[in-house]
Ligand binder design. Structure first.
Ligand SMILES: [Mg+2]
Length: 225
């Protein structure tokens, strides 16, 4: 069996650091009318457009914060404002790498029985840095850092790997890019929800789908495979 495994918020914590940076940004913007949730919605609009053009990662997130500040600041934008916002982005590049509970031993177990492929999307250098710092690469036979994780990406990867339906599962925390896209491409999918999943990745997953399994914890993969 071939198991493809997402990385951010599946193997290690990621989005929680972006959420913290956003909270600091919203405090810094200190808008007189907009609540934090409303600022979040304004940033979402910008992210939705820009992610299609520029992709993901902290450099793009920082650019989005800067645009949000330019549009909505009530006091103009000073050089100090730009410096402060860019600092928030740079801190994201250096956040500590916290593995999610049970990941290390579960990968050790799975790698003895199946062929593991790490499949993550984002900026290549940034994702590679996290993979290196995680110390998990020894469990994986293959690593793929892709720009977008949609059905087309999974079909291409399935053709490249020569896997057939029923012999390959995508495992991850994102309903949109790990689960629904993999199901659409004909793969099996294992959804391991994470409470800090980036909300632009939220979507309903199908109920009772024959190729979908939902687990509470990553370590439960040891019962499944
Ligand atoms: Mg993820």
């Amino acid at each position: 069996m071939e198991l493809w495994i997402d990385a951010d918020d599946t193997l290690w914590e990621n989005n929680v650091f972006f959420e913290r940076a956003f909270a600091e940004f919203a405090d810094y913007l200190a808008h007189s009318c907009y609540s934090r949730e409303e600022v979040r919605a304004l940033l979402d609009e910008i992210e939705h457009v820009n992610n299609r053009i520029h992709g993901y990662g902290s450099a793009n997130f920082t650019r989005n914060l800067e645009q949000c500040f330019e549009r909505h600041s009530e006091r103009g934008v000073s050089a100090e404002d730009r410096r402060h916002i860019r600092q928030l982005g740079e801190e994201l590049l250096q956040h500590p790498l916290h593995l999610i509970e049970g990941v290390e031993e579960t990968l050790a177990y799975l790698s003895l029985r199946h062929e593991l492929l790490l499949c993550t999307k984002g900026n290549h250098a940034e994702q590679q840095s996290k993979i290196d710092r995680s110390g998990l690469v020894r469990h994986f036979r293959h690593v793929r850092i892709v720009r977008e994780k949609d059905a087309g990406t999974y079909r291409g990867l399935a053709a490249e790997r020569g896997v057939t339906d029923g012999a390959c599962w995508m495992i991850g925390n994102s309903p949109k890019s790990d689960i629904n896209a993999a199901l659409e491409a004909g793969l099996g999918a294992v959804y391991v929800p994470h409470r800090h999943t980036w909300h632009l990745e939220h979507e309903p997953v199908p109920e009772g789908h024959p190729r979908l399994v939902v687990l509470e914890r990553f370590s439960e993969l040891q019962r499944l495979f």
